[in-house]
Design a protein around this ligand. Structure first.
Ligand code: NOJ
Ligand code: CA
Length: 526
């Protein structure tokens, strides 16, 4: 196996540009802001950056409604700023992948403006128009069809009505979309994160989805006709051929309504390199955070991925979900956040870290009148939307956390005077320094990156697994409880005395047992 492959061995850090760092005081993070912080990212020890959309957008879905796929929104900078960012990132050994939103565009995209202008416009068929809707539902609420009085037909949109779905079956559209990918590859980007890629194709006959039990109308359907159509595979084959024409390019798909089975079906040497399987973060966030659950879930995924030869990914947080630290920690206590970080960085697979996760940022809680996110507006208070995890990055304790000198587009979390990067950098016990040490350890030890994984039987509060290559075996042991736990190592697993990392205090040994202090995270050589 090749010794280092950036997207397999490295850690990918997601940047949500508008909340990262603002250089011109307009309250929105921007591309020069990312460039300005590259040294910080390199110092943390991540390997690649995934940039959420920075393309021109009317912000009906905060950038996921793209009005031009090959340009930079002036609020975020210019193409020259992008080129500089890419060059500066590469100079520091950081790769960049772009978020490609190719299932839909903004309703302000010139293609859609033409498509909706008249029924005989040459671009009419670039979107999906029908005389009658079927039963398909939009993920953000309501029907997936909106009537357009201009031409008297309905258009399809999987998300908001301001995000019409593209007709990938039209050969001209297909070619135009491929040109977009090519445009960025030619500019030197290292790969793509594909937004809801498995929704590109819909059933050619527009059959109704069959019913199932669920809460919202969207959940009361089996999504067999609006996503996951067989035409997806030849498209991925083409995309992969395009990527492979350049060295070490990568594509990771955001699998919409993912199951591990689906995910492996979309990956392989002639398809995607990887696709997210949201093992800890399904839509409802109902998954328990316990050693038993994590073990069960990862063992099931390992069996499938190993057989298929597909490389897994691990995700605990992103711009669509309540942050892991908010889900798993009590108040400002970071002990469980360290455990979560250890899970993220030591399971087998590529970790995706979301900006602020390294300092344990918590979700911002907003009043109804402050909600900006469309599904949050629609479903409040049952669902409050995704603004909570999008609050600006907390750099230091100066006004607005050093994020902006102006008025931030979304307010700062009130905990920023104490929870910020500068403070955590100075504190050897902080989550930030723990994360940094763990990232360095991961880089030093191939077993943590590519080694096999085997879970060990342990007391209920303990999650323990071995990561193993021919050269070394490491034991990762995590105590999820507030109590000291004695963990008797199974036969054949003998500690060699080297504790490579410990979050709380060096664990002690008692014969063949390891005594783990409360919330201990330890990595040791066995
Ligand atoms: C998935 C993205 O992650 C999310 O933020 C967006 O709203 C939808 N796709 C629609 O593009
Ligand atoms: Ca700005």
């Amino acid at each position: 196996m090749q010794d280092w492959l950036w997207w397999r061995d490295g850690v990918i850090y997601q940047i949500y540009p508008r909340s990262f760092y603002d250089t011109n005081g307009d309250g929105l993070g921007d591309l020069p802001g990312i460039t300005a912080k590259l040294d910080d990212l390199a110092a943390l020890g991540v390997d690649a950056l995934w940039l959420s959309p920075f393309y021109p957008t009317p912000d009906a879905d905060f950038g996921y409604d793209v009005a031009d796929h090959t340009a930079v929104d002036p609020r975020f900078g210019t193409l020259a700023d992008f080129d500089r960012l890419l060059a500066e990132a590469h100079a520091r050994g950081l790769r960049i992948i772009l978020d490609m939103v190719m299932n839909h565009t903004s309703d302000q995209h010139p293609w859609f403006l033409q498509s909706r202008a008249s029924r005989d416009n040459p671009r009419r068929d670039w979107y999906i128009w029908r005389d009658q809707p079927n039963n398909w539902q939009a993920a953000f609420g309501g029907r997936a069809w909106t009537f357009d009085p201009v031409t008297g037909q309905y258009y399809l949109h999987a998300f908001t009505p301001w995000q019409p779905d593209i007709n990938w079956r039209n050969p001209q559209v297909y070619a135009a979309q491929m040109d977009v990918f090519r445009f960025w590859l030619e500019r030197g980007v290292d790969g793509f994160r594909l937004d809801v890629f498995n929704a590109y194709y819909k059933d050619a006959q527009f059959r109704n989805n069959p019913p199932k039990f669920g809460l919202r109308a969207f959940d009361r359907q089996r999504h067999i006709y609006d996503i996951d159509q067989p035409e997806m595979i030849p498209m991925l084959n083409d995309l992969r051929r395009l990527l492979d024409a350049y060295p070490e390019r990568y594509a990771v798909g955001e699998t919409y309504l993912a199951t591990p089975q689906k995910v492996i079906g979309y990956c392989g040497p002639d398809k995607l390199h990887a696709a997210f399987s949201f093992d800890f973060t399904d839509q409802a966030l109902t998954y328990p955070w316990s050693p038993a659950y994590i073990r069960r879930r990862i063992e099931a995924r390992e069996a499938l991925f190993n057989t298929a030869g597909v490389w897994p990914t691990t995700v605990l947080s992103n711009h669509d979900l309540p942050r892991a630290a908010s889900r798993y920690c009590r108040g400002e206590d970071d002990r469980m956040a360290k455990i979560a970080m250890a899970v993220l960085l030591t399971l087998r697979g590529t970790p995706f870290m979301y900006q602020g996760e390294e300092i344990g940022m918590r979700d911002l809680s907003l009043k109804r009148s402050e909600i900006l996110d469309p599904p949050g507006k629609k479903y409040w208070p049952i669902y409050k939307g995704r603004d909570g995890c999008r609050s600006p990055m907390q750099w230091d304790s100066s006004p607005q956390a050093g994020f902006t000198t102006g008025q931030p587009w979304l307010r700062l979390h009130p905990n920023y005077p104490s929870r910020n990067l500068a403070a955590q950098r100075a504190d050897p016990q902080s989550l930030y320094n723990f994360t940094r040490n763990l990232l360095a350890l991961r880089r030093q030890h191939p077993a943590l990156r590519r080694g096999s994984i085997r879970f060990l039987d342990a007391p209920p509060a303990v999650l323990a697994y071995l990561r193993q290559t021919d050269e070394e075996t490491l034991l990762v042991a995590l105590n999820f409880s507030a109590r000291r736990v004695r963990f008797t190592l199974p036969e054949g697993v003998t500690p060699r005395g080297y504790v490579l990392l410990s979050a709380v205090e060096q664990p002690t040994f008692a014969g063949t047992s390891l005594i783990l202090p409360p919330y201990e995270v330890c990595v040791l050589v066995v």
